[in-house]
Ligand binder design. Sequence first.
Ligand code: DGI
Ligand code: FE
Ligand code: FE
Length: 186
Amino acid sequence: MNEQEAIELIRQSLDDKRYEHSLRVAETAKKLAITHQAPLERVVLASLLHDYAKCQSPTKLQAKLQQYELTQSLGEYHHELWHGPVAAKELSVTNLVDDTEIIRAIYYHTTGHPNMGLLELIVFVADYIEPARTMPGVEEVRALANENIYEAARIAIKNTIMYLMTQDAVIHPDSWAAYNEWTKKY
Ligand code: DGI
Ligand code: FE
Ligand code: FE
């Protein structure tokens, strides 16, 4: 799939708000890819597609968790965590995307993962800092993103975990593992 095809695909599968968000993530990720000398086209493709399944209902996503045998790892967690893994599976089983790193970037874009490579880190951070994001701490991550992508990702997941804890939300083990790994690096 090329960039134009990805844009057409998300135009069909997402509402306006989510479509615009995806374009902003791709634009943000593109700049980071240039700064960090990451493969530009692949970074843009992963960013465009990261929320591909975001507009599907929790009921539909739940059925797909079953279909792709993801219920055990994700079924007990908040339905917000389902759209990345479902999008990754859907895009790979249909052979729309055959690039494993792109698939991983999509799969783990919400929770993070301890073994993320540069492409995945860029998508993860770009999703957090795209220009419409206003959560507390986002400016710090924006500034760090150009200097040290690991540290930017670390602060992003730290802020997310801290926010979720104020809500008494359950934290997915991948989020903890990512935080621990990036903190050891730091
Ligand atoms: O899809 P987006 O809105 O662009 O962003 P996202 O996929 O990063 O995040 C979706 C939501 O998931 C966001 O409100 C924060 C939440 N989230 C992230 N990690 C965890 C989590 N929610 C729970 N319960 N547990 C987590 O570990
Ligand atoms: Fe998302
Ligand atoms: Fe997103």
